[in-house]
Design a binder for this molecule. Sequence first.
Ligand SMILES: [Zn+2]
Length: 369
Amino acid sequence: MDNQTVYKIKDSVDLFLSDEKYLMAYYMNTRQRKSFKINKEMILLIEQIDGKHTVQELKDYMTVHHQSDNESVAFVLALMESNRLITDTKVKDNILSVEEHERYSRQINYFSEFLGSEEEGIYGQKKLMNAHVLIFGCGAIGGNIAMELVMAGVKNITLYDYDTVACSDVSRHMYFREEHIGEGKVAALKEELYKIDHSVEVYAIEESMNPYSDIEGYIKEADFVINTLDEPYIGYTSSKISRCCIQYNIPHYIAGGFDAHLASTGELIIPHVTPCVECYAGHFKETLKGWKPKEHPVRERYTEIGGLASMSLFSASFAAIEIIKYIAGLVNISEEYKVRGELLFTDLSLTYLNVMKNNNCPVCGGDGI
Ligand SMILES: [Zn+2]
């Protein structure tokens, strides 16, 4: 802090006074509250921290009107800054352009609150802009995640899907229109992503996955991988993708194609930290031990397994939040994670599976990081 610094009470902080003795700060972004013991002079000082007065002007004001010394004013300001109540109005941003800063200002504000300072928030935004994200599957979940990530500032994205837009896709995807029916899903989505951000680099891979598909080259190029590919089968594509990601230490998210689970939260997989796809497979094998699948007499039953666009959007948005948090550096890897969960349509309850990382897992066990 120097005497020319101009502070303001942060926009995202609400202040409340009790008996003129206690100040309660409510941090709107993080929903935290903090209480401080306060005196009359401090209340008067706070009233002057309006984003217009320099530190010198605050000191002068307090000296003239309330006989406070400069050291006390500087001490209170430093305390308020370390508690994220006030912020320097002139953050030196040589990381983003003026346009980029303006475009992402709201989320930089948000990141800053969790990361501790506006500068760190800007770095978080830059991490998103530098990340190369690979998405397997451009269905209702994968496609919507792509849209949300590009809106958040991801500039490099690879889309992998071979399918074409069908009539039923128009009622489930936020971006497919009647005019897209028959068009390749990847091409139609790419068009929409450019509409959000004309500077985004979109790489299209129009392929279907099979046991011989060589996906290693694509995965090695990515900083983050998302799987929503339900053909030939989500368990298979997730296993193939997760094994490869673990090998190259690439974080990934299994986000869609969950058979009968219609509003699943999916799961973030950080190699050697959280359970991998094989850990989940082992968990299910153990839980379902003794249960044998009975062949269903109806062959083509998939038509009765339905869902709403809103439920796919819930899954996509949940995944996008976790992915943005991870890439921007808001995830503390020493904390416990939410693993796979599901939103129940009837009572809107959200339940999570209790799956632990298997330290003897043949894919991610052993010598982790
Ligand atoms: Zn594992």
